[in-house]
Design a protein around this ligand. Sequence first.
Ligand code: R1P
Ligand code: URA
Length: 293
Amino acid sequence: MENKRIAESELIINSRGAVYHLDVRPEELAHTIITVGDPDRVPAVSKHFDKIEHQSQHREFVTHTGYIGQKRLSVVSTGIGTDNIDIVLNELDALVNIDFQTRLVKEQLTSLQVIRLGTSGALQDGIPVDSFVVSSHGLGLDNLMAYYAFENTTEEKQLLEAFRGQVMLQPGGANPCLFTAGQELQKHFTDGFHTGITVTCPGFYAPQGRMLRGTLSNPHLIDNLTGFSYEGLRITNFEMETSAIYGMGRVLGHQCLSISAIVANRIRREFSKDGGAAVEALIQKGLGIIAGL
Ligand code: R1P
Ligand code: URA
């Protein structure tokens, strides 16, 4: 493909030489990146760094870059939802794979490690609040990835076919997409983690089967997701970013993994008594592994 100069309207670089939404310059980003939804979770992660060399904030996107020992890490908040992941993953990729002077895609591409440390609701009775789930797959019920061309593996196509057969979605609803976790990353996160398919929803309330006032268009969503099974794979949890992180990782060539602290169990109808402590425990366990990658 011809390597055309990317116009000012497509890749927006501010007066600091930083990418528009994140307000981060190429040299301010590490190649191992932790994403968190909540901007306040960024200092909760970076307080464990031995040294912080960069801090910035623009809108909901807070970035801290530093070191644990010799390992250089960035932690970036994404805010909530897959629309924000579209912005964050594209801008992280631009920071390493586009030359900000020439506006050309670099000849030598860099594959980032992107690890989400988030929160989530469990869809299985046996996954209690305050436990941790590693997402073997991200299954999107939003429509972000419909805007990108991508290839699915044969295993992904079969799993998606089984999902379409077993799970009834509301009429006129999502066209589900599915992506596998980065295998090189996932193999480091086994002991002390549940593993399964994570469903990514375009909202927290009705899109996750919650109704405070009003009526659900699809009252069977949770039962259908909990009951899904294909070749030993089950749906463990849902949240609002994972499938987009995995999908954008596929499109742009980055290794991605999503890990969640379970703060709600939708089957037992329980919520964590101290979600903050569960997230702190996930951060400490996650960083212990990430620092050694
Ligand atoms: C909803 O409360 C938010 O929490 C979960 C969902 O994915 C959504 O972003 O993750 P974070 O705690 O990482 O934001
Ligand atoms: N985040 C979600 O998206 N859903 C939950 O139930 C808990 C956290």
